[in-house]
Design a protein around this ligand. Structure first.
Ligand SMILES: [Zn+2]
Ligand SMILES: [Zn+2]
Length: 323
């Protein structure tokens, strides 16, 4: 990777025609993600892991598409949400119960026939574990204490939580989209960290949205500011090529954080979680220069974790590089 450092783009602030929040369509998100995992599996150099992720994301898509009684057993009754408070679906803001564990069972039964014997043992142990213990793991993950969760379980627990959260987040996000408030570092629906920035050309070229690592909602954030600390000075862009790179990294000299930017206006095939995973070599480059990642990738949770960058009021552990 070259060390091309470009000036941060100065894009004017939001105007009234910009949606501040874009609700997810979970089925479409999972379908697009699974497709991209299949596309990048070979060139990623992690074909086996990408294959497992494709199975997992396809299982998420299948559960997200359930209806009738099957859906009721996975998602339960509509949770009571206080839409007047900020981040109505944050961990302590509503009773999220343990219906998500039914989602987990569905995911595991989808995966069982398709994974290695070794992983089948892990999944069997996970579904046999005491429901209260598994609930504790979920709480730890949602609080950002990833080290409290056995690392072989975290990918699957988060995948199940994500299906539950994204199911109920849609209405909340639609409500928030009507409000003209600007949002910042954390998801306005559930308070989780973003996976990365997605740059879109609709309704205006160059709009930046952050994509939630839990509920898949996207929220608007101006491009001239650091997404972690809000500082506008000392924000730099890094890319592998000097012009028109579809994936760039934004670093901040103030908080020493960085976040990846995916320009879907340049390459519409980019999928925030998959393409983040496929470009970890860029992360190594930033880490070598003393920066820390400010985002969380739900597809990387099976890997080694370490103490994290915590720029915000809701600490969330950093996800480690691939080893
Ligand atoms: Zn969210
Ligand atoms: Zn910053």
């Amino acid at each position: 990777m070259s060390t091309a450092i470009l000036d941060a783009e100065k894009i004017p602030g939001q105007s009234l025609d910009i949606k501040t929040v874009i609700p997810a369509c979970p089925i479409a998100v999972y379908q697009f993600r699974a497709q991209r995992l299949a596309e990048l599996a070979q060139e990623s150099g992690l074909a086996e892991y990408f294959g497992l992720l494709e199975q997992l994301v396809s299982a998420q898509q299948k559960v997200a598409a359930l209806d009738g009684l099957a859906a009721k057993s996975c998602f339960g009754p509509e949770p009571r949400l206080d839409l007047t408070q900020s981040k109505p679906m944050a961990l302590d803001h509503f009773e999220w119960g343990n219906y998500w564990q039914s989602v987990l069972l569905e995911l595991v039964s989808e995966l069982m026939p398709k994974v290695s014997a070794e992983l089948r043992i892990v999944l069997k142990d996970l579904v046999k574990a005491d429901a209260d213990v598994v609930q504790g793991y979920a709480k730890s993950m949602l609080s950002g204490h990833l080290a409290e969760v056995p690392s072989q379980y975290s990918l699957f627990i988060w995948a199940a939580l994500s299906v539950y959260w994204s199911h109920w987040a849609v209405d909340v996000a639609e409500g928030l989209a009507m409000v003209g408030e600007s949002h910042r570092r954390l998801c306005p629906v559930c308070g989780s960290h973003p996976v990365g920035s997605v740059i879109k050309d609709e309704p205006r070229t160059g709009l930046r949205y952050l994509h939630c690592s839990l509920c898949e909602t996207q929220w608007h954030e101006v491009r001239a500011e650091c997404t972690a600390c809000g500082e506008s000075k000392g924000v730099n862009l890094w890319a592998e090529t000097e012009t028109n790179a579809a994936i760039r990294i934004e670093s901040c000299d103030t908080c020493k954080g960085y976040t990846k930017m995916f320009f879907t206006d340049i390459n519409p095939k980019l999928e925030v979680a998959v393409d983040d995973l496929a470009t970890m070599v860029m992360d190594n480059h930033l880490v070598e220069h003393g920066f820390s990642v400010t985002t969380v990738n739900p597809l990387l949770l099976a890997h080694e974790q370490d103490e994290g960058f915590q720029p915000s009021e809701q600490p969330h552990a950093k996800v480690g590089d691939i080893h």
